[in-house]
Design a protein around this ligand. Structure first.
Ligand code: SAM
Length: 247
C-alpha cells in the first residue's frame, strides 16, 4: 500500500513519516516502568492472555521463533519456558530491549535469545528463515501495518505459523461505558502516578480505539498472503489473538 500523507497517532493526525519516532518516544519514556504498568493496568490479565497465546502457539524444541515488537521479552521467556527452541526478539526500541536483556540475564536464559533492534516494517531477517512469528501488542503501533504483515509472511518458512495478540474491539457492547471510563480516566492517571507519563497511556487508550476490529484485521492478514486466518477473543474482545499460516 502506498503511504498516505497523514496517519493516526491515537486520536491525533500527523504526517506519516513522524509516527515511528513518536511511537519510539512513547516506549523510550515508559521502558523502565513498562512491566509493572502492564500488571497494574490489566490487574494481571495480560499474563493470562499471554499464557493463552502460548497455548495456541504450542512451542516445540525444533521451532525457532521471531517475536516481533518483543519489547521486554515476555513472549520470548514464555516460549522458552514452554519448550521452544530458540528466539529472536526484534524491536525498534533499544530501551525496551535493554530491559528485556537484563530480565533474561536474571533468569539465566540470555544464551537462547538473540536481541535485534529493527523496524518491523523492514526486517533484516532472511526470507523463509523462521518457523513462527509472534507479535504481541506491537502491530497497533506500527505505521505501515500491511507492510509489517508482509514482512512477517516473508520471513516465515512455508508451513510456518503467524500469531498476533493485540487489543481489539469489545464483543460485549454492554461493557463499553465502563471500559471507556477506565481507559480514558483511570489509565492516564495511573500512567502519571506510576510512570510519570500521562500522555503515553492516553495514547495507549486512543490507539486501541483506532485499531481495526477483529474481522477487518483478519482480512488485512489474508491480504498479506497468509492463509487459514482465524481469531479468538479474550476477555470479551478487550484483546484478540489472530492465527494464520504461510502455505
Ligand atoms: N511484545 C511486548 C509485550 O507483549 O509485552 C511489548 C509490547 S509493547 C506494547 C509494543 C512494542 O512495539 C514496543 O516495545 C515498541 O518499541 C515496539 N514497536 C513499535 N513500533 C515498532 C516497529 N515499527 N517495529 C518494531 N517494534 C515496534
Amino acid at each position: 500500500m502506498a503511504p498516505t500523507t497523514s496517519t493516526d497517532f491515537g486520536f491525533e493526525s500527523l504526517p506519516w513519516e513522524e509516527k515511528t519516532s513518536r511511537v519510539r518516544g512513547v516506549f523510550n519514556s515508559v521502558a523502565g516502568r513498562y512491566d509493572i504498568m502492564n500488571d497494574l493496568m490489566s490487574g494481571g490479565l495480560h499474563r493470562l492472555w499471554k499464557a493463552a497465546f502460548m497455548t495456541w502457539l504450542r512451542p516445540r524444541v525444533d521451532m525457532h521463533l521471531l517475536d516481533l515488537a518483543g519489547g521486554t521479552g515476555d513472549i520470548a521467556f514464555r516460549f522458552l519456558a514452554g519448550g521452544g527452541g530458540g528466539v529472536t526478539v526484534t524491536d525498534i526500541n533499544q530501551e525496551m530491549l535493554f530491559v528485556g536483556k537484563s530480565r533474561a540475564k536474571g533468569r539465566r536464559i540470555d544464551g537462547n535469545i538473540e536481541w535485534l533492534c529493527a523496524n518491523g516494517e523492514c526486517l533484516p531477517v532472511p526470507d523463509a528463515s523462521v518457523d513462527a512469528v509472534t507479535c504481541a501488542f506491537g502491530i497497533r503501533n506500527m505505521t505501515d501495518k500491511p507492510r509489517a504483515l508482509a514482512e512477517m509472511r516473508r520471513v516465515l518458512k512455508p508451513g510456518g505459523r503467524f500469531l498476533c495478540l493485540e487489543f481489539s474491539q469489545l464483543a460485549l457492547p454492554g461493557l463499553k461505558g465502563l471500559y471507556d471510563k477506565y481507559s480514558f480516566q483511570v489509565l492516564p492517571r495511573l500512567g502519571r502516578l506510576v510512570a510519570d507519563d500521562e500522555a503515553s497511556y492516553r495514547y495507549l487508550a486512543e490507539s486501541i480505539r483506532t485499531f481495526p476490529d477483529q474481522d477487518t484485521f483478519a482480512a488485512m492478514i489474508a491480504d498479506a498472503g497468509l492463509d487459514k486466518v482465524s481469531y479468538r477473543n479474550l476477555s470479551g474482545g478487550v484483546a484478540a489473538m489472530h492465527s494464520a499460516w504461510r502455505i
